[in-house]
Ligand binder design. Structure first.
Ligand SMILES: Nc1nc2c(ncn2[C@@H]2O[C@H](COP(=O)(O)OP(=O)(O)O)[C@@H](O)[C@H]2O)c(=O)[nH]1
Ligand SMILES: [Mg+2]
Length: 470
């Protein structure tokens, strides 16, 4: 898809999701914005000096006209360049959201001058904002990521990036590096290892690397929280895994039955706890003695799912004997973050609880007795999940923004270069030119992060992920 042909056309698109709803918003950006308003908004129709009648940033009530006929009531706002989202002359028309009406309004707008007015490409408003210096690339990416956030928390983090919290750190770092470059080139005395105001160069570099590290780790946690925690329920066949899965989902999605081994593959569903997405997977029961081929494949897939899980709910059956297969499964998941539940407390077998406890005490693990059927202690399971979320939140506690994958990769590279510079400074290297070279490549990475020197194909990729109207 082509995004980066920055032509001088005026662009327009529906910025709200297409469909029926209270209000829809059509956006217009470009030099024809005022002309368009003077043609289709009753209040200003045919007014030659519309600019004297319209105050930027004010909302006006009027009607949309299609060849002199009112087709809808609307609210209109005009933004005068450069004080708009895109930095160009812009307008927004709010109307009663209906897909046919939206199409008609867009048609009327284009028909005013099909040579210079066209529909916007996905992300083109934001692309223009970026090109006109209203947003740097980190901020532009955050716009789309904010829109697609899967939780309040992640939306807040992305808004932090959109507000420029990461960009400001990068700008400061660039400033520091420029200072360092000047110091190096004007022949700094490395023995003194002095930088600005009492901080040594190596201290400064250490600080910066630590800062980058904390941004990286917090951002990874943030992303995990956004993607959804991946939790797998494991245990022998018939212990009640699918029943628990269903209970957690509060709806019957997986077929429970008393015939062992019916859930042959896996089912995955998303639930929300405290506003955070959790993906729960119900897998085939693990029965190592199975002769059935299809079931054996299912089991293999279960083991793969377990390997990739962020956390595991390990279930045993308190109405049966805790046996070799249970133990084998336990040893498979021993190193995972987990909760061990003994289900069917309502039909507890004699000695079974003692056996379980004896085994898990040796393993220094706690067992939660539950009954899915009678809904006993199910909060213990949800509490466990909430606890993991809390831990993740704790890990990203201080973050006010979050870096995406592209940004993280560049930050990793930046860290490597800073490490190299530090080594050279420590070694009191006399190769000033080499240090200068490294400083320049560090600055260039910051340039890529901010979108000052980003290759076209990367820009294309970034903006093609946007939706139309943004
Ligand atoms: N008595 C009792 N039966 C249960 C309980 N949980 C599940 N079951 C029954 O155990 C059988 C197997 O359950 P299912 O969820 O299919 O087990 P899975 O093979 O581990 O997925 C079904 O007949 C369930 O109704 C429970 O807490 N108490
Ligand atoms: Mg099952």
């Amino acid at each position: 898809m082509k995004h980066i042909d920055l032509d001088s056309n005026t662009i327009t698109a529906l910025s709200t999701p297409p469909g029926k709803g209270g209000v829809g918003v059509i956006r217009i950006s470009g030099s024809q914005a005022l002309l368009i308003l003077s043609k289709i908004i009753e209040k200003w129709r045919g007014h030659p000096r519309i600019i004297s009648r319209i105050q930027p940033g004010h909302m006006y009530h009027s009607y949309i006209l299609s060849s002199d006929k009112r087709i809808d009531e609307c609210m209109v706002v005009y933004f005068k360049a450069p004080n708009s989202y895109t930095g160009e002359d812009s307008a927004e028309i709010s109307f009663h959201s209906n897909p046919f009406l939206a199409e008609e309004i867009l048609d009327i707008i284009r028909d005013i001058d099909p040579e210079t007015i066209r529909l916007a490409l996905p992300g083109e408003f934001t692309y223009r904002a970026y090109k006109n210096g209203k947003l740097d690339l980190i901020q532009a990416e955050s716009v789309n990521e904010l829109i697609n956030a899967n939780s309040r928390f992640f939306a807040r983090m992305k808004f932090g990036s959109l507000e420029g919290k990461l960009s400001r750190i990068m700008m400061q770092l660039k400033e520091d590096l420029i200072q360092l470059g000047i110091a190096v080139e004007t022949g700094i005395e490395f023995e003194e290892d002095q930088f600005l105001e009492g901080i040594t160069i190596t201290e400064k570099l250490d600080d910066t690397m630590k800062r980058i590290d904390s941004i990286l780790s917090a951002s990874r946690f943030n992303e995990q929280l956004n993607r959804g925690l991946n939790v797998v329920i494991v245990g022998k066949v018939n212990v009640g895994k699918s029943s628990l899965f269903n209970l957690l989902l509060m709806e019957e999605r997986s077929i429970t039955s008393s015939i062992p081994g019916t859930t042959r593959d896996f089912i995955r569903e998303k639930i929300y706890l405290d506003g955070f997405p959790i993906e729960i997977t119900d897998v085939a029961g693990i029965n190592r003695e199975t002769k059935d081929d299809i079931e054996a494949q299912g089991i293999q897939r279960s083991l793969d799912k377990v390997k990739n899980a962020d956390a595991v709910i390990f279930m045993v059956d308190a109405s049966r004997h805790f046996d070799k297969t249970d133990k084998e499964i336990f040893y498979l998941i021993k190193k995972k973050k987990k909760i061990i539940v003994a289900n069917k407390l309502d039909i507890l077998a004699p000695d079974s609880w003692e056996n379980l406890n004896a085994f898990f005490e040796r393993e220094k693990e706690e067992v939660f007795g539950i009954s899915v059927k009678d809904q006993i202690n199910i909060e213990g399971v949800t509490q466990f999940l909430k606890q993991i979320i809390l831990e993740l939140k704790e890990a990203s506690r201080d973050s006010e923004f979050t870096a995406n994958k592209r940004q993280r990769q560049l930050l990793e590279e930046l860290k490597q270069i800073l490490r190299l510079i530090k080594k050279m400074v420590e070694a009191q290297s006399s190769h000033i030119e080499i240090i200068g070279e490294e400083i320049r490549s560090a600055i260039s990475i910051i340039g890529q992060l901010m979108g000052e020197i980003t290759p076209e194909e990367i820009l294309n990729r970034i903006f093609s992920e946007f939706c139309i109207g943004k």
